[in-house]
Design a protein around this ligand. Structure first.
Ligand SMILES: C[C@](O)(CO)[C@H](O)COP(=O)(O)OP(=O)(O)OC[C@H]1O[C@@H](n2ccc(N)nc2=O)[C@H](O)[C@@H]1O
Ligand SMILES: Nc1ncnc2c1ncn2[C@@H]1O[C@H](COP(=O)(O)OP(=O)(O)OP(=O)(O)O)[C@@H](O)[C@H]1O
Length: 282
């Protein structure tokens, strides 16, 4: 039997997100602070000699060839000219359309995993550039270090914010990133801030007001979590999160909300689980 390479695809949080303006191509200039969670999907890869890319475990509602995993694998094949293919298995844990970067993280894990398995040795610089073509959030997952991001999210400065425990609530709605970024009431004129000191604490997400307005479920989750800590939206939602000093406190709060809320507890991490695993393989 061919050996399988199994790797995690962690979630991310946007600890703050400021929108500075809109570019001519419709994309927005952002400043955002990314941190990873020790919680995510898991992917397994096995090389194929015939060059085919096959996602064995498809996601209902996402056509095989549109899945970011398949698109990432094909892009890497094109870039490197390898004759190898892969069978890929996905254990989907992260909610979709949750603003915690599941699809982008799957794509980054595919790029790094297949670069390792195929021995194509592209390295992080090339893979981050390739990943940007798949989504604005892919490069930070390729780099694997918490970062202050500028541009559309691709200009990354590594940073080391605190690593608290988080309660992440998952309102049962899927928010379209494109819909929020095209909303007429979105605030798009935040003043640029400096990378250092790292903006932590009372930071805001400029998408939060319009998401709360359009999705009452998200507002409700924010209100509930706000009773215990400063709750914020991640990305364009739907997920909301709050920090706690230890796991016991985070578990306690999630349990208190469990009647009406779906969610999970996870530790913030400045080095992604993916990179920790890859280092252990080298
Ligand atoms: C909001 C964030 O989650 C913050 O981390 C990301 O910037 C979004 O990253 P993503 O999901 O990888 O986004 P993409 O797939 O590249 O873009 C989805 C849609 O969001 C809008 N979009 C995204 C990123 C950005 N900087 N400006 C935008 O206006 C665009 O309309 C685009 O069509
Ligand atoms: N491997 C994948 N995992 C999840 N979604 C995928 C994948 N491939 C394609 N998609 C599509 O991408 C959409 C967005 O999924 P994703 O889970 O990345 O959202 P998100 O967490 O809001 O992302 P972000 O934080 O980057 O905005 C899904 O609704 C789905 O149609």
């Amino acid at each position: 039997m061919t050996s399988r390479l199994t790797l995690p695809a962690p979630a991310k949080l946007n600890l703050m997100l400021h929108i500075l303006g809109r570019r001519a191509d419709g994309y927005h200039e952002l400043q955002t602070l990314f941190q990873f969670l020790d919680h995510g999907d898991e992917l397994s890869f096995a090389a194929r000699e015939d060059g085919e890319i096959r996602l064995v475990t498809e996601i209902p509602g996402v056509p095989h060839d549109s899945n970011l995993i398949v698109r990432a694998a094909r892009k890497l094949q094109q870039l490197t000219g390898t004759t190898l293919g892969a069978d890929i298995w996905l254990d989907k844990v992260l909610p979709m359309g949750g603003g915690i970067g599941g699809g982008s993280s799957d794509a980054a894990t595919t790029l790094l995993g297949l670069d390792h398995l195929w021995n194509t040795r592209c390295g992080e610089d090339q893979l981050a550039e390739l990943g940007l073509g798949l989504g604005a959030d892919v490069p930070v997952f390729v780099r694997g270090h918490a970062a202050f991001a500028e541009g559309v999210g691709e200009k990354l400065t590594p940073v080391d914010p605190h690593e608290p425990w988080y309660v992440v609530l998952v309102p049962q709605v899927s928010v379209s990133t494109a819909e929020i970024f095209s909303h007429p009431l979105l605030t798009r004129n935040s003043k640029p801030i400096k990378v250092r000191p790292v903006p932590e604490g009372n930071s805001r997400n400029d998408c939060q007001a319009v998401v709360e307005q359009s999705y009452p479920e998200v507002r409700n989750s924010l209100n509930l979590l706000n009773k215990f800590t400063n709750a914020r939206l991640t990305g364009t939602g739907s997920c909301v999160f709050g920090a706690f000093p230890d796991k016991a406190e985070a578990d306690r709060v999630l349990a208190l909300l469990a009647d009406s809320q779906t969610g999970f507890v996870a530790k913030g991490s400045n080095v992604s689980m993916l990179h920790r695993k890859l280092r252990s393989l080298r």
